[in-house]
Design a protein around this ligand. Structure first.
Ligand code: GLC
Length: 564
């Protein structure tokens, strides 16, 4: 590979395990609570279900869990439509249950991260109800983004903007006014210039920090600040605006960092300081690094591996660039291959190359299947295991999405009338086929814990999204019994990572094969991934772990961890 592979990326000298720095190289497990474990048999996962699985999390070897929203919600967007930021959905549990799982996780040394959704509330939030009950121009309406409609009686939307999930981004309220919703119409965007909105979130962050939460994942952190002129630009005009200028009317505005500076002051009042990670789909790594600054949220998701093909060149440049940017921002990098918004990576890697297309478009390829025609499932799994072992050896924190440790595939065959995701239902209702294709339900199907239907141990009865028969083979029970299962690979990898992960540095070792990447971590830990299909020679040293059986050579689509 290129000569820059040889450059030593000596990053931060800080020890990985000081109490305030626990997050820098943490393995964080994302739980989508409604689909993890159901303790009361109503088909919906809940907090006591999570409590019952603490031993599983310990055995898996994760350092923290991130809980996707568990707040009261009508589930117009899987819980990202929050009615009340400081309570638990009664279908999921109570605040007392939350305290109990936090204590149980802390007792076993696992940190707790909760999801904060500050760009929008649900349309059932007290602020939005007050806005609807108050007239145009009232202070209550000013907490959201209302505009007069166009046309004689305001019967036309203020602009032709489309929401992320399809359809108009503006919804009428019946008196000539319309409100902005970047996502579903049940998710009105807040006006962050309003002091009440700022206070609502400071109160919320304090509420959860006081309950012992260790950190926050900040939903669409780049969208909060908006600056809308009196005459709104058209969608076509908006599309031409520079998203890296810091002055785009809707995205990644520079002032958003004032909000996070204020949050940082609050986080730093705690010992250890509360942490945060931004979900910021911004245009460049430089813009992303601003969210990760120590004066702001401290860390930001890097989705570059998640949007890449299984390709040595792409992986190499992504790692090199991100380590450089995170070091420059004073943060550590984050690495992600799957989450609740994208096609699971075991399936994605069995699809034709993305070539930079939207990862969510992957779903279109599996329209027919279960998982499906057009997907090479075995290859997908092989590559997923190799990519995961590569990722878990990188300096920085690793995010693992529930079920990926089982090598679970996307569930493609969900009948349309059982799908829940607005990315599917809204685009269908609007007669549009959004770039999301089938939507995101296929990666949110409740986990299989045992080999037995009706719900594969998820709960006593059914599950809120249909589980396919092949889930039995991917269940925790089946995989625990199979020494070479993906679950056992993750367990071994996470245990070893704990022993090996020291300083945040990585040194590329040149190879003479463009399909092979080789890097060294401190203390003799070496990692080699063969992205090609043909076997290549192994380097010297003892193979500690491999994503696939290794016999003398490094097979195609395989990663090995070696010690010297
Ligand atoms: C984030 C979440 C996604 C949600 C959206 C709106 O991207 O990850 O699930 O639909 O924000 O809150």
């Amino acid at each position: 590979m290129s000569t820059d592979q040889t450059a030593q990326q000596a990053l931060t000298p800080e020890p990985a395990d000081s109490a305030a720095d626990w997050w820098r190289q943490a393995a964080v497990y994302q739980i989508y609570p409604r689909s993890f474990a159901d303790s009361n048999g109503d088909g919906i996962g809940d907090l006591r279900g999570i409590l019952s699985r603490v031993p599983y999390l310990v055995q898996l070897g994760v350092d923290a869990v991130w809980l996707s929203p568990f707040y009261p919600s009508a589930l117009a967007d899987g819980g990202y439509d929050v009615d009340d930021y400081r309570d638990v959905d009664p279908r999921i549990g109570t605040l007392a249950d939350f305290d109990e799982i936090t204590a149980a996780l802390h007792d076993v040394g696992i940190k707790v991260i909760v999801d904060i959704v500050p760009n929008h509330s649900s349309d059932r939030h007290a602020f939005f109800r007050a806005a609807l009950a108050s007239p145009a121009g009232s202070p209550e309406r000013d907490r959201y983004i209302f505009r007069d409609g166009l046309g004689e009686n305001g019967e036309l939307p203020p602009a032709d903007w489309r929401s992320v999930f399809g359809g108009s981004a503006w919804e009428p309220v019946g008196d000539g006014q319309w409100y902005l919703h970047t996502f579903a119409k049940e998710q009105p965007d807040f006006n962050w210039d309003h002091p009440d909105v700022r206070q609502e979130f400071l109160t919320t962050l304090r509420f959860w920090s006081d309950r012992g939460v260790d950190g926050f994942r900040v939903d669409v952190a780049h969208l909060l600040m908006k600056d809308l002129p009196g005459d709104l630009p058209s969608a076509a005009e908006l599309a031409l605006l520079d998203e890296t200028s810091g002055r785009h009317p809707l995205k990644d505005r520079d002032e958003v960092h004032d909000i996070y500076a204020e949050w940082r002051e609050l986080f730093d009042e705690y010992d250890p300081p509360r942490t945060a990670v931004a979900e910021a789909w911004v245009s460049t790594p430089e813009r992303r690094a601003r969210y990760a600054s120590p004066e702001g949220l401290g860390q930001a998701f890097n989705f570059d591996l998640l949007t890449a093909d299984f390709d040595a060149g792409q992986f190499h440049s992504i790692v090199t660039d991100n380590l450089r940017h995170s070091a420059a921002s004073g943060s550590s990098s984050t690495w992600v291959l799957s989450n609740h918004d994208v096609v699971r990576h075991a399936t994605r890697y069995g699809l034709p190359p993305l070539h930079g297309r939207d990862v969510k478009q992957g779903a279109e390829w599996i329209i027919a299947g279960a998982p499906a025609d057009g997907v090479d499932l075995e290859r997908g799994e092989r590559r997923a295991r190799a990519a995961t072992l590569f990722l878990l050896a990188l300096p920085g924190s690793a995010y693992i999405y529930q079920g990926e440790e089982l090598g679970l595939h996307e569930v493609a065959r969900i009948p349309g009338d059982q799908r829940q995701d607005p990315a599917y239902t809204r685009s269908l209702a609007q007669g549009e086929w959004s770039s999301d294709g089938l939507g995101r339900d296929g990666c949110r199907v409740p986990l299989p814990w045992t080999t037995k239907p009706p719900s594969f141990g998820f709960g006593a009865d059914g599950a809120h999204l249909p589980q396919p028969e092949w889930f039995a083979d991917y269940s925790v029970e089946a995989e625990e019994a199979a020494p070479d299962s993906t679950l056992n690979l993750y367990r071994r990898a996470l245990a070893l990572r704990h022993q090996l992960q020291t300083e945040e540095s990585l040194e590329w070792v040149p190879t003479d094969d463009a399909d092979v990447l080789h890097f060294r971590r401190p203390d003799g830990w070496e990692v080699m991934t063969n992205f090609g299909e043909e076997p290549v020679p192994l380097p010297g040293g003892q193979v500690m772990l491999s994503s696939r059986r290794v016999d003398g050579e490094l097979p195609g689509e395989t990663t090995v961890w070696i010690v010297r």
